[in-house]
Design a protein around this ligand. Structure first.
Ligand code: CA
Ligand code: CA
Length: 156
């Protein structure tokens, strides 16, 4: 056990337990990706319309569903807050059926979501979801053709 691992165990018992349990899933990431909770995330430095961002992530053979739980959302939102502070696509839309939110891997949104105050409010005009700095880095439904930052995920 090296020094950094020991420090992690000492100061973040819950996290180290979780990390140890998931070590068999994924403990490293490709270049440009960051490891979090057994999954890998790449934060874009460019801004793209929703469909283009989706295509880019899929070309990297990733599933685009980065904010599936509160813990992961906090990680992603904090990263956005600390870096670009810009609107960032998260791979969730209701473009197929209005009001039915679906992740990029085809699974339905479970629970209420992490919406900003008053969101979602765009009806059939706004079908793509991004992290929204103006509403405490929670979610906003928005117009899909707008260019925004995006996050690609490689599932553990
Ligand atoms: Ca909509
Ligand atoms: Ca909205």
């Amino acid at each position: 056990m090296n020094t950094s691992t020991h420090l992690t165990v000492t100061h973040h018992t819950d996290w180290s337990t979780r990390t140890l349990r998931r070590t068999s899933m994924r403990s490293t990431c490709p270049a440009r990706y960051e490891l979090f909770n057994g999954n890998c995330y790449r934060f874009s430095t460019d801004q793209k319309p929703y469909n283009e961002a989706q295509a880019i992530c899929q070309e990297e053979v990733v599933i685009w569903q980065p904010a599936k739980n509160n813990e992961t959302h906090d990680f992603l939102a904090n990263h956005v807050r600390d870096t670009t502070k810009g609107n960032t696509w998260i791979g969730l839309s209701d473009v197929v059926t209005e009001g039915q939110w679906v992740w990029d891997d085809g699974t339905l949104l479970v629970g209420d979501g992490i919406w900003g105050t008053g969101e979602p409010n765009g009806g059939t005009v706004e079908n793509c979801v991004h992290i929204y700095p103006l509403k405490d880095y929670r979610w906003n439904d928005s117009t899909c053709p707008t260019s925004r930052y995006y996050i690609c995920e490689i599932s553990g």
